[in-house]
Write a protein that binds this ligand. Structure first.
Ligand code: PMP
Length: 466
């Protein structure tokens, strides 16, 4: 711990946690004998658990969220000031931080125009799905209602978001799902054999991978397909950067068949990929919808946004005599002012501290480090990523690309933890895909810290694989 003091009796906290908290993602059986981990404090890149053990956090709060690092007093102050003045009002009314943050955000997103506030990435995605469905009703009598999503992409844990879920293990035992969501193939060059495109590489591969989307559209009937939802760089599905030529062709296909493009920036948004504010901005993408959550307020308050173009917004105000003219939706906590107040200060920090640039620079260093690790460890089959959003795919054999076991991936993650570095792994896909180590440190990370993370990974790989 930083100051060695707790405000609470920590054993009582751990006991209460073990007795009553249902933790995300994990099986609870081990807690019957072992202790759950409770994170009690954070500062900058570091966090401390209940035992006072210090960790360097290489995953920004487990799931690529705390972009500006821990313990930011200026965000806490901005939220406090806002809350004592006006904490909440929903429905048709706006708020001061809501208006100011949307103006700032739209400045960073040329071509986009309107911000719809809600609470989580899943919810933001569902707002976009509902808007796409409503546009189908307004313009096409409901026929053009299908939404395409991609194998290995993830869009959230609510049922419609899961219906657009490309990670099968997450969906097991929760069906049936919502109709009208159709899967398209992934675009991962490292596993191009799965796509039947093993003979292609570079731009030829990228274009062919995008054409697989067109095949699905033609199979379903273009008159039934209204939207395409994609992550610019796939996150939990294995850190998949798009191949060259992919996005240009995807956009051509969307234009050809009048399909709305929804970009899920829940992970990539607010600088994670370096240099640009959003992942899509690296690839010349002109989206109709952009959804974001995690890094928007770095976890200091819950906030998510579904951002649309003015053309989309216009469709919802065009005919006041039609009772379906507006978006018939509300998000109760979309009226919380803590979110946009925190987001405004978060954005100021990213700008004033040059974090887009630091992210690009440290991302390059991290990538070079991972490439060097590849020379040393045969178990690393591929390294991928953009900015501080990186992955290392672990395989038993580089020529067959057979994935290592989930247990071995877990052992690497656990050993890094023992060494005081928290890293992540792709998960909840199918077991054979849970073999990618994931790294997403806060955008404030220093060169020394990048090297320390790499060093822990090096040691952990040696321990687990020799
Ligand atoms: N989209 C992506 C790309 C995500 O990674 C996630 C969460 N990991 C979500 C959506 C869902 O966000 P939330 O958990 O805030 O609902």
């Amino acid at each position: 711990m930083m100051d060695g003091k707790f405000d609470n009796d920590i054993q009582a906290v751990v006991d209460a946690d073990r007795a009553h908290v249902w933790h995300h993602l994990i099986q609870h059986k081990p807690f019957e004998t072992g202790e759950p981990r409770v994170i009690v404090e954070g500062k900058g890149m570091k966090v401390w658990d209940q035992k006072g053990k210090e960790y360097l956090d290489a995953v920004s709060g487990a799931v690529w969220t705390v972009n500006v690092g821990y313990g930011r007093e200026s965000i806490a102050d901005a939220v406090r000031d806002q809350l004592v003045k006006m904490n909440y009002f929903a429905g048709s009314a706006g708020s001061v931080p809501g208006a100011l943050f949307s103006e700032k955000l739209i400045e960073k997103m040329p071509g986009m125009s309107r911000v719809y506030y809600c609470n989580s990435g899943s919810e933001a995605n569902e707002k976009a799905f509902k808007m796409i469905r409503q546009i189908a009703h307004k313009k096409y009598g409901g026929e053009k209602h299908k939404i395409l999503y991609r194998d290995r992409d993830y869009h959230g844990g609510t049922l419609a978001a899961m219906s657009a879920g490309g990670q099968d293990e997450r969906n097991m035992q929760y069906g049936p799902f919502a109709p009208g969501f159709v899967r398209v193939p992934h675009c991962m060059e490292y596993r191009k054999e799965e796509l039947g495109l093993g003979h292609l590489s570079g731009r030829d591969f990228g274009i062919a991978a995008a054409n697989l989307i067109e095949d699905v559209i033609l199979r379903e009937g273009p008159e039934t397909v209204g939207g395409l939802c994609l992550e610019p760089v796939t996150a939990g599905g294995g850190v998949i950067t798009p191949p060259e030529g992919y996005w240009d062709r995807v956009q051509e296909i969307c234009r050809k068949y009048d399909i709305l493009l929804h970009i899920d920036e829940v992970v990539c948004g607010i600088g994670r990929t370096g240099t640009e504010w959003f992942g899509y901005q690296h690839y010349g993408i002109k989206p109709d919808f952009v959804t974001m959550a995690k890094g928007v307020a770095s976890g200091y308050a819950a906030i998510a946004c579904c951002v649309t173009s003015e053309a989309v917004f216009d469709l919802f105000k065009s005919d006041p005599s039609d009772k379906m003219d507006h978006f018939r939706d509300i998000s109760t906590f979309g009226g919380c002012t803590a979110g946009p107040a925190a987001a405004l200060e978060n954005m100021r920090i990213v700008e004033d501290e040059g974090l887009l640039e630091n992210c690009a620079k440290m991302g390059e260093r991290f990538m070079a480090n991972l490439q060097a690790l590849m020379d040393k460890h045969d178990v690393i089959g591929d390294v991928r990523g953009k900015g501080l959003f990186l992955g290392a795919e672990l395989v038993k054999d580089r020529s067959t690309k057979e994935p290592v076991t989930e247990a071995d991936v877990g052992a690497v993650v656990a050993e890094c933890g023992n060494l005081g570095v928290i890293i992540g792994a792709s998960n909840r896909s199918i077991p054979e895909r849970n073999n990618v180590l994931c790294f997403s440190p806060a955008l404030i990370v220093t060169a020394q810290e990048v090297d320390a993370i790499t060093d822990a990974v090096d040691k952990a790989l040696t321990k687990v694989f020799g």
